[in-house]
Ligand binder design. Structure first.
Ligand SMILES: *[C@@H]1O[C@H](CO)[C@@H](O)[C@H](O)[C@H]1NC(C)=O
Ligand SMILES: [Ca+2]
Ligand SMILES: [Ca+2]
Length: 125
């Protein structure tokens, strides 16, 4: 194999990173003005790719979700966006959005929302 082919192969290898988002949980989320607890769930994006959403947990301010999200083509410096929502009968309430740029290493993120705090982890593979 020529040196050029080897160099190309190693560049392709660097380019084919992926990101796994996991360990989502939140504290002190609020529901409605009447003091009801929210029914929270999270939607996850990397760049413009939508990774899906967690299920919603009924009546809790401190949810913890087991869902994981894999982004096969998400790279360093792209934007991870996590939107936290309160499930309702008709119109779900947006409790806040967490936006972070992907860094090379794995990270544990703490993110303040409109009210409450979202925590999650991700790793770049
Ligand atoms: C990410 O951004 C940093 C700082 O601007 C830059 O040095 C690095 O090359 C970028 N990485 C990628 C994969 O674009
Ligand atoms: Ca609500
Ligand atoms: Ca609700």
């Amino acid at each position: 194999m020529s040196l050029v082919v080897l160099m190309l192969a190693s560049q392709l290898d660097i380019a084919s990173t992926s990101v796994r988002v996991f360990g989502l949980n939140a504290k002190y989320l609020t529901g409605d003005p009447f003091g009801n607890y929210p029914d929270p769930y999270v939607k996850v994006w990397c760049g413009s790719s939508f990774g899906g959403m967690t299920d919603f947990h009924r009546d809790t301010a401190n949810p913890s979700w087991s869902a994981e999200f894999n982004f096969p083509n998400c790279k360093e410096n792209e934007t991870l966006s996590l939107q936290v929502w309160d499930k309702d009968l008709n119109f779900d309430d947006h409790l806040g959005t967490c936006i972070r740029q992907v860094v090379k290493e794995s990270s544990a993120i703490t993110c303040n929302l409109n009210t409450g705090t979202l925590f999650y982890r991700y790793e770049v593979k």
